[in-house]
Design a protein around this ligand. Structure first.
Ligand SMILES: CCC/C=C/C(=O)SCCNC(=O)CCNC(=O)[C@H](O)C(C)(C)COP(=O)([O-])OP(=O)([O-])OC[C@H]1O[C@@H](n2cnc3c(N)ncnc32)[C@H](O)[C@@H]1OP(=O)([O-])[O-]
Ligand SMILES: Cc1cc2nc3c(=O)[nH]c(=O)nc-3n(C[C@H](O)[C@H](O)[C@H](O)COP(=O)(O)OP(=O)(O)OC[C@H]3O[C@@H](n4cnc5c(N)ncnc54)[C@H](O)[C@@H]3O)c2cc1C
Length: 658
């Protein structure tokens, strides 16, 4: 058998481009790489951030270990004056390999105060939160409602005599349920509740509630709080429940940047009722980035392992091939790698669009709200869905060892799975994007320039301009196919909705009956958007010819697999012919062959530290078998040669007389 590490060495020698150059491109420039390396050096050298035996821990131990790591992380950040949220994101993405029990503090609690608090509220709360003197979460979802926010039951009733709000959980189903870091960690929460003044309900608003004493962490009077119990994954996170019984807070604890309640109970409504949903939009944009990172990690593990793993001699006596050389294996993994690259670029687009539109909103241009919501909802759903299914493809592609916790893919899959549910269940979000697409279809005046393609009506009888397999290397033709599909499905969803209404259904029933068409067009739009963005952005890069070629080929793989996997949608109006579909399949194989020498280089370029992959199969040196063996030897069951259950149970039957 060939040595695993020499297999990877050989792969690295075959690579046609400079991996460090590509790493800089992925990171967004040399300076960003250096910053990332600096941040890594602060954390990776600390034994406390070692994850070697993480997969052996129980749920409680995992939570406790995560708290320990979190506290040390906070100390490191303070010690080195690291305050830039981008640095924190970099650490989460590339260095740490767990969901922190303060995740919600940084991702939702602080941003909600920043975006929904007045200047005085920011001045009061943000220094405490930034300094981790308080730890907060975002408590919106209830036992009875997650999706339908307007249906939340928690109440916050204004008492003008004492200038206080009184928070209550009026029913069992009003109990807050799921908020991350709520069960055991957080001292405070932004709670979303129905605002009542003088018996009138003004809808959902945000309130800051103290959950636990800052002296001894015990729950505050009237607060019942705890962990919701074991879940599929995210074991380090104390997703929690919260019930409130006449919990009083000062009037100043309602976040009043957009809506205000004056001391006498006068209410001033926000300029747009959806401003209160702002933090969710930010998180949806962040999920796009996390989906990209995690799929990149999974592809790194599975591709390195597939270059090390050898199976089934082709001819008797010959060295068994590396499993990566089976085209069926390439057909599993190369599309995941291509998707990871396409997502890395759409994540960058999503974050910069978020910041630009958010700045517009802050300066009062509220029209940007629906554009941001329309773009981010679909992309969150699309990237989460493909990333989660891609991680599972990578896991299975590792065969038996993919089922071992030591692969790192099991926990990655379990921890990413809920990204299809949290921050808006995916179907619900696709429906929101479809709503926006249809609105743009009908009203050119509100259509953002990035979506102007919707205004071009697809010509009946339009045909794809591909004449040969070579044509499939032309981004313009690939983008054209996705554009056509998106235009056609949006038009068809609009027509379907109209047909339902013309049959006499009321709008909500007609919308419900059109749901499948809506989701179809939202997915088609997202595929188009991601493909177009990848080709456009990578075409502008100043880099070596070899890197350009590899990125182009990855883009072609992403696009062609999208066509092959959704072939019915391109064939049903005869836009693509059967012959062109044969070209597609042929070209996919061609691209795999082109990319084969560079596969390890392409995953090395993500530059994940071994610690952040925490995988016996995917470490840089490829020393898979030693890692698996040494890891198994450390398993708790192997602490003694004879297990206590032998003495308790096995021995009596083994010793009993037949
Ligand atoms: C680490 C993990 C942490 C996880 C944390 C969490 O999960 S936290 C918990 C996460 N929880 C969730 O994510 C819950 C998911 N649920 C929701 O976000 C909402 O309930 C909803 C958006 C589904 C519907 O909301 P609704 O019933 O109020 O609205 P509607 O359907 O009646 O539409 C009316 C109009 O409003 C528009 N509009 C809507 N939202 C926005 C927006 N943000 N901006 C701008 N506009 C928006 C919409 O486009 C429509 O426009 P049109 O067509 O009339 O011009
Ligand atoms: C790990 C995890 C962490 C979370 N963290 C937080 C947190 O920190 N804070 C917080 O407040 N919440 C949190 N949540 C809650 C999360 O945001 C909700 O679970 C999510 O928004 C989905 O809502 P739901 O559970 O009500 O699902 P439901 O809406 O009940 O969905 C069930 C099914 O009904 C369908 N459905 C529902 N409504 C519609 C509709 N209008 N049209 C068509 N189909 C529909 C869905 O597509 C889905 O198939 C978390 C959840 C998880 C799993």
């Amino acid at each position: 058998m060939a040595s695993p590490s020499s297999d990877l060495d050989r792969e690295r020698r075959k690579c046609t481009f400079n991996v460090a150059e590509l790493t800089d491109i992925i990171n967004g420039g040399r300076e960003k790489t250096e910053r990332r390396q600096y941040l890594e050096s602060l954390v990776l050298n600390e034994p406390i951030f070692n994850y070697d035996d993480y997969y052996f821990l129980s749920r409680e131990e995992k939570y406790s270990d995560a708290v320990k790591k979190t506290v040390r992380l906070v100390q490191v950040l303070k010690q080195h004056n690291i305050e830039d949220p981008e640095d924190y994101q970099t650490l989460l993405k590339y260095v740490l390999n767990l969901n922190l029990p303060i995740a919600l503090h940084n991702s939702m609690f602080r941003p909600t105060i920043r975006d929904q608090g007045t200047d005085e509220q920011r001045k009061k709360w943000l220094p405490l939160a930034n300094d981790y003197k308080i730890i907060g979460t975002y408590a919106q979802t209830e036992l009875g409602h997650g999706t339908f926010i307007r249906g939340l039951e928690t109440t916050s009733t204004y008492d003008p005599k004492r200038e206080e709000f009184v928070l209550n959980t009026p029913t069992l189903t009003a109990t807050k349920w799921w908020p991350g870091c709520l069960g055991k960690t957080s001292t405070h929460a932004v709670v979303m509740a129905q605002l009542y003044i003088k018996n009138q309900c003004y809808g959902i608003h945000s309130f800051i509630i103290q959950l636990r004493s800052l002296k001894d962490h015990s729950p505050m009077p009237g607060v019942t709080v705890g962990d919701i119990g074991n879940k599929v994954g995210l074991e380090t996170n104390d997703n929690g429940f919260l019930a409130m019984d006449n919990v009083r807070i000062p009037r100043e604890n309602m976040l009043m940047r957009h809506a205000q309640v004056y001391p006498d109970g006068t209410y001033r409504k926000p300029a747009n009722s959806k401003l209160v949903y702002g933090t969710m939009v930010l998180l949806r944009a962040t999920v796009v980035s996390e989906s990209a990172t995690n799929l990149s990690k999974a592809a790194t593990i599975a591709i390195r392992y597939s270059c090390v793993r050898r199976q089934t001699e082709a001819k008797p006596g010959e060295l068994e091939p590396q499993i990566i050389d089976y085209v069926t294996q390439q057909h599993k993994l190369v599309p995941q790698l291509a998707t990871a690259y396409a997502f890395a670029w759409i994540a960058r687009y999503m974050m910069s669009t978020y910041h630009a539109l958010h700045a517009d909103i802050e300066s009062g241009h509220l029209g940007a709200l629906q554009e941001l919501h329309g773009i981010s909802s679909g992309l969150k759903a699309f990237t989460a869905e493909m990333s989660v299914s891609g991680i599972e493809v990578c896991r299975r592609a590792c065969g038996g060892h993919g089922f071992s916790a030591a692969s790192g893919l099991v926990s990655m899959y379990k921890d990413r799975l809920p990204s299809c549910t949290y921050e808006g269940e995916n179907t619900v979000l696709y429906l929101q994007t479809a709503r926006f697409l249809l609105k743009c279809f009908r009203q050119p005046s509100i259509t953002p320039s990035s979506m102007s393609y919707i205004q071009v009506k697809p010509l009946p009888g339009a045909r794809w301009g591909v004449k040969s397999p070579e044509d499939l290397m032309k981004p313009i033709l690939l983008v054209e196919a996705f554009e056509h599909r998106a235009q056609r499905t949006i038009k068809s969803a609009a027509q379907f909705l109209e047909s339902q209404i013309s049959q006499g259904l009321d709008t909500s029933e007609a919308m419900n009956r059109s749901g499948i068409e809506f989701v179809r067009c939202a997915k088609a739009h997202c595929y188009y958007f991601v493909t177009r963005n990848f080709f456009q952005s990578t075409a502008l890069l100043k880099c070596s010819k070899e890197i350009k070629e590899s990125l182009l080929t990855l883009g072609v793989v992403f696009a062609l697999n999208g066509i092959a996997d959704n072939s019915g949608e391109f064939l049903e109006d005869c836009f693509i012919t059967g012959t062109q579909m044969e070209f597609v399949r042929e070209r996919i194989l061609y691209c795999y062959k082109q990319l084969r020498p560079n596969l390890v280089g392409l995953v090395d370029a993500f530059a994940f530290a071994d610690q952040s992959l925490n995988s016996a199969l995917g470490a840089y040196d490829g020393d898979v078998y030693n890692r698996l063996y040494n890891w198994a030897k450390r398993a708790p069951l192997n602490k003694t040669d004879v297990h206590s259950s032998y003495h308790k149970y096995l021995k009596p039957i083994l010793k009993s007389k037949i």
